[in-house]
Design a protein around this ligand. Structure first.
Ligand code: ATP
Ligand code: MG
Ligand code: MG
Ligand code: MG
Length: 490
């Protein structure tokens, strides 16, 4: 039978539940509960953190967990695990993704964890073993941590050739949840999409040819606030495999965006855009960043939908500010690169629900509310962009032919409408004038002097149009038609 994403997800949970006696636990919401060290849930293990730490209420259901399996909604867009900058640029990092995981809380340890993972990948999913590489913790002399030779031996005994069992250091093979919290050495499984002779040298090199798919963490420590490692009361296993990456492998694709988790979204985006179809697959040059825009939109609408359904709304601080930036980034790619009309983003929410709603039914229940919130925020953003453009154009008229744009106006755009100064500078450059940066610097310095500790309401929004996506859009070279949105910078 076909490896649909739904089937891949349920094969994972059923393998651990039915064949290896794990209890199936539901995904927690992406808004962390009672954990100020986290912005978003970033791994399947988050909800089990009290168990690792030995801090679980003995009367709670969790106190009885020994073997658990789940598929967890994760967001990595802030904090220690932040992949926002990679999204759209590569084809295997998302801001929202699903993490398939199995756990042992003081039950099985390294040997059983590795052998079950190997059995699932090679026998149940049928992945050819010669496409798999494994990494293990090579130790860290300075920190007094020994190499995990035990894990190396386990992989060799499972039949993995020595040339495919590779040691790495702290950065790759010592997993930590955050600045503090449970951590330990890990062993990871990587998939070679190409079958090339130099695949071993591409492991952990951020290459699209050899991609990490599964991480098996042997939880043994907790990182304290002072940076020290304290041994945990019991040895546990915590694994996480990205569903999107696994589905890509099983559907014979090279990009997560070419799987059934994303293709319906790309088609829906195409219907609203005035650009060619998504061509990521063809390997052609991405003229005008159109493919990038497709990926950003498809990624960000999933994140927005899941977060809003779980009660994280676009806002002014913390996770909410992150979500607001994600929304605004999506709106800019949508309107400026894909030339799609306002409302496009929200129109994709029912497609997200069709793809993910069976696994996460709140997406069906909340569809209308998610759409309303996205539309409101989009309208607000588009109107401040429009207002800013109006201010600039009126000022230019008053200036006659003068070259220097008044610093006071630029500062007011920045301060009151939340325009980053770099963006204002760019918009002016495109209109053939320059910003009076000296005056702006003076105003900024004055404000700094006056500044009390209460921040103005628009202060955070100054960073909302993140510059790298701006420069990406800049090189876009999309032909703007006359009736194209008013939000372009020319
Ligand atoms: P990478 O090195 O590719 O950034 P990671 O080492 O940060 O991944 P882990 O923290 O080990 O990832 O998470 C376990 C698994 O979750 C990874 O092996 C991968 O399959 C998946 N994963 C991690 N980050 C993402 C992401 N941003 N988007 C999609 N899948 C992800
Ligand atoms: Mg990562
Ligand atoms: Mg990694
Ligand atoms: Mg990893």
């Amino acid at each position: 039978a076909e490896f649909t994403s739904k089937r891949v997800r349920s094969m994972f949970t059923e393998f651990f539940r039915d064949r290896h006696r794990h209890k199936l636990v539901q995904s927690s919401p992406v808004r962390p509960r009672g954990d100020p060290s986290l912005l978003f849930v970033n791994a399947g293990m988050n909800q089990f953190k009290p168990i690792f730490l030995g801090a679980v209420d003995p009367r709670s259901e969790m106190a009885h967990y020994r073997r658990v399996v789940n598929s967890q909604k994760c967001v990595r867009a802030g904090g220690k695990h932040n992949d926002l900058d990679d999204v759209g640029r590569d084809v295997y990092h998302h801001t929202f993704f699903e993490m398939l995981g199995n756990w042992s809380f003081g039950d099985y340890f390294k040997e059983e964890a590795c052998s079950m993972a190997w059995e699932l990948l090679t026998e149940v999913y049928g992945i050819p073993p010669d496409r798999l590489y494994v990494s293990y913790f090579g130790g860290d002399a300075a920190l007094g941590l020994a190499a995990d030779e035990e894990t190396r031996e386990i992989w060799l005994s499972l039949g993995v050739p020595p040339s495919r069992v590779l040691p790495f250091g702290m950065r790759e093979n010592f997993w930590e949840m955050g600045e503090t919290g449970p951590c330990g050495p890990c062993t990871e499984i990587h998939y070679d999409h190409v079958g090339g002779r130099n695949a071993a040298s591409l492991v952990n090199q951020d290459s699209p040819e050899v991609v990490e798919i599964w991480n098996l963490v042997f939880m043994q420590y907790t990182r304290e606030v002072d940076g020290s490692l304290r041994p945990l009361p019991q040895l546990s296993v915590d694994t996480g495999m990205g569903l999107e990456r696994l589905v890509t492998v099983l559907q014979g694709q090279r990009s997560n965006y070419d799987t059934d988790l994303f293709t319906p979204l790309l088609s829906a985006i195409h219907q609203s855009s005035r650009c060619p179809e998504y061509r990521g697959r063809t390997g052609q040059a991405d003229d005008g960043n159109v493919d990038m825009a497709y990926r950003v939109l498809a990624d960000h609408i999933r994140t927005l939908s899941v977060c809003i359904a779980d009660g994280v709304y676009p806002g002014m601080s913390g996770a909410e500010l992150v979500l607001r930036r994600i929304l605004r980034r999506a709106v800019r790619y949508s309107t400026e690169v894909l030339l799609a009309p306002p409302g496009t983003l929200a129109s994709l929410v029912p497609t997200v629900a069709q793809i993910l709603g069976e696994a996460y039914p709140e997406l069906y229940r909340e569809t209308v509310r998610i759409m309303d919130i996205i539309n409101d925020n989009e309208a607000q953003f588009l109107s401040s962009l429009k207002q800013g453009r109006g201010v600039i154009d009126r000022t230019l008229q008053k200036m006659g032919g003068a070259q220097l744009f008044p610093g006071s106006v630029a500062w007011s755009l920045h301060r009151n409408l939340g325009f980053p100064l770099d963006l204002i500078g760019l918009m002016l450059e495109e209109r053939g004038v320059t910003m009076d940066t000296e005056a702006v610097d003076r105003l900024a310095a004055e404000e700094e002097k006056l500044k009390t500790h209460t921040e103005g309401p628009n202060r955070e929004s100054c960073t909302e149009l993140d510059l790298h996506s701006l420069s990406a859009l800049q090189g876009a070279g999309i032909p703007h038609t006359d009736d194209s949105p008013k939000y372009r910078y020319s």
